[in-house]
Design a protein around this ligand. Structure first.
Ligand code: PLP
Length: 410
């Protein structure tokens, strides 16, 4: 059975997001900057408030009622994440600050310890700076080499070239599941399979996929998966790194300090069990509480429903945009709900400013993918990225605003 837009009650969903009632420049807010960050439903905000108002305490240290309640809530958030992406165990779920911090954790704890001169790290040409920069730095420090899976003209990855890049020197393959700049959905299951054939590990940047589609980390069989709470209706300040237990056990900690230890003497320390070994210091407790409620919210609506809704929106947007003169769309036709485009003669920043006058929030710029923009021969794009609270009317508003920008710039 194919799912249709009618099955998602968007008008009802919108009522859960107070910010969407706002007017910007006298116009109804059209928020289509979801790849940057998403809006938060009241239930997430209320849950965080409830934590601060009624059971605020630190976790894993205070044997009192509040301490125990906070600890249970914090651990339950790990369990909710594990269930959401079908992790083998909640001990494999580590809370970080965001996707970027998770990647740095891997770069330092895995890369710095297991890479040596001559080893190879394979990234793709469409990676976010949060992958490019840490791995470039680790390569410099270890003598490893970074190689890139090239992009085909249609905005997908050249899988044949990827297979040719792989060799016994390959130790790490790190790719995004969904490109934030192009909307391309990469076949990460196959990418991981090929990496494993060379005994390399596969890291999947799920920042733009986990919030938008049903993910089964065991089915993907990647070694690590990363994502950010703020891109999936949750608060800022919390992200997730999910990893295979044997690898996490093998890796030394990334940050050192309280809570991540088992035993400390003046000379030596030993490490706590997973996941706490990688969660030094006071963690993002309120944020974890908020993230759990965000996951509950998404699951109540259904990830398949959300994906189907976004697919309908992106198809409609592609249809509408193809009727516009001097508008170029980037990325493959079959893609996630992310539309990168340029309008001839109008800088993406100027376009974003004019759209703002219409109450339409888009992003304009390089999308933290400067090398990709350079490869495409542009400095940046405008980007509309959709979520469960967007509608076809929002896309009509974007069209009107683009037509206005073209009138102004004529
Ligand atoms: C594909 C991708 N990876 C990583 C990130 C980094 O996420 P964060 O800024 O939450 O660390 C982003 C953010 O836009 C992204 O789109």
């Amino acid at each position: 059975m194919s799912l249709t837009l009618q099955q998602l009650n968007v008008e009802k969903i919108k009522q859960d997001f107070p910010i969407l009632q706002r007017k910007i420049n006298g116009k109804r807010l059209v928020y289509v900057d979801n790849a940057a960050t998403t809006q938060k439903p009241s239930s997430v905000l209320k849950a965080m408030d409830r934590y601060y108002l009624f059971f605020n305490a630190n976790v894993h240290r205070s044997p009192n009622t509040l301490g125990e309640e906070a600890t249970i809530a914090y651990e339950n958030a790990h369990k909710a994440v594990a269930q959401f992406i079908n992790a083998r165990s909640w001990q494999e779920v580590i809370f970080t600050k965001n996707t970027t911090e998770g990647m740095n954790l891997l770069a330092y704890a895995y890369g710095m310890n297991f890479l040596k001169q001559g080893d190879e790290i394979i990234l793709s040409e469409m990676e976010h700076h949060s992958s490019l920069v840490p791995w470039q730095q680790i390569a410099k420090r270890t003598g490893a080499k970074v190689k890139y899976i090239p992009l085909l003209d249609d905005g997908t990855l050249d899988m044949k070239a990827y297979q040719k890049l792989l060799s016994s020197k390959t130790k790490i393959v790190c790719v995004c599941h969904v490109s934030n700049a192009l909307g391309t959905i990469n076949d990460v299951k196959t990418i991981a399979k090929y990496a494993h054939e060379q005994q390399a590990i596969c890291i999947v940047d799920g920042a733009q996929s986990v919030p938008h589609m049903k993910i089964d980390v065991q089915d993907l069989d990647c070694d690590f998966l990363l994502f950010s709470g703020h891109k999936m209706l949750g608060p800022t300040g919390i992200g997730v790194l999910v990893g295979k237990k044997d690898l996490l056990e093998k890796m030394p900690p990334f940050l050192y300090g309280g809570d991540m230890i088992s035993e400390v003497t003046y000379q030596e320390s030993t490490w706590n069990e997973l996941p706490w070994k990688f969660e030094a210091g006071t963690p993002p407790i309120a944020e974890a509480v908020g993230l759990k409620v965000a996951i509950d919210y998404l699951q109540k609506i259904g990830m398949e429903q959300i994906h189907a809704h976004e697919q309908e929106l992106i198809h409609y947007a592609q249809e509408v945009f193809s009727t516009l003169k001097d508008v170029t769309m980037y990325g493959p036709e079959k893609k996630a709900g992310i539309l990168s485009f340029t309008v001839k003669g109008i800088h993406p920043h100027d376009l974003a400013s004019i759209l703002d006058r219409h109450g339409v929030m888009i992003r304009g710029g390089h999308h933290c993918a400067m090398p990709l923009m350079k490869k495409l021969g542009i400095t940046g794009t405008a980007r509309a990225s959709f979520y469960l609270y967007n509608t076809k009317e929002d896309i009509d508003k974007i069209k009107e605003a683009i037509l206005d920008a073209q009138r102004i710039f004529k």
